[in-house]
Design a protein around this ligand. Sequence first.
Ligand SMILES: C[S@@+](CC[C@H](N)C(=O)[O-])C[C@H]1O[C@@H](n2cnc3c(N)ncnc32)[C@H](O)[C@@H]1O
Length: 217
Amino acid sequence: MSEPRSTHAARGVSRVRRVLAHAEELVAERRDRGACEARVPFLREVIPPAGVGAEIGVFKGRFSPVLLRETRAVQLHLIDPWYLLTPEWHWGRGDRSTVNALRRILGRFRPEIEAGTVVVHIGDDREVLARFPDATFDWVYLDSSHAYEHTRQELAILRRKVKPGGLIAGDDWRPAPAHPHHGVFRAVQELVSEPGWALIHADEQTLQWAVRLPGPG
Ligand SMILES: C[S@@+](CC[C@H](N)C(=O)[O-])C[C@H]1O[C@@H](n2cnc3c(N)ncnc32)[C@H](O)[C@@H]1O
């Protein structure tokens, strides 16, 4: 017995939607890959190799393989709330599902996760970071909400969790006060106004920035 015409048509529509979403995701992935590779000279310049690092704000994990490859981290912690924040990133392109993003990251890094080189943490970064012993990280790459108050709180935790003389780096260096992501610039400027802190890189082209913590002693 053949299925009713309306069911057949509905199946066709949903198949077309799936194909379109997949195509949109491939286009978004290709565009993001270019943006991630553009940060490579920055990583090579500022991040010390073979350390313990973290990416805070992981999204679909597009930058994570580049971070791991370029820094040769002995351990890379990936921190993001994914589905605990929202079922879908309304601002994203392609597949906006946070569950799908996390599923792909777990698959992509399966060997490294099983070996303990990559550790995935699902949660608000302030809560996740608070559980680490002080002076855990040689470096972190901060790329989360970009909101001033949130960034200020993240930096207040990171100043204890990153080793003395270590690095806090990140994305979205936006000096223009009207920019929606200006909060990162503001919070970082406040931090580096303190004695011993140094802004070692800030680039409005690639939007990358890096701060060195005061050294030991
Ligand atoms: C700009 S995206 C990260 C992009 C990613 N680093 C890359 O280069 O592809 C921002 C991410 O921050 C995450 N985020 C938002 N609030 C957060 C929080 N409180 N803690 C950790 N991550 C958060 C979002 O879920 C999103 O995945």
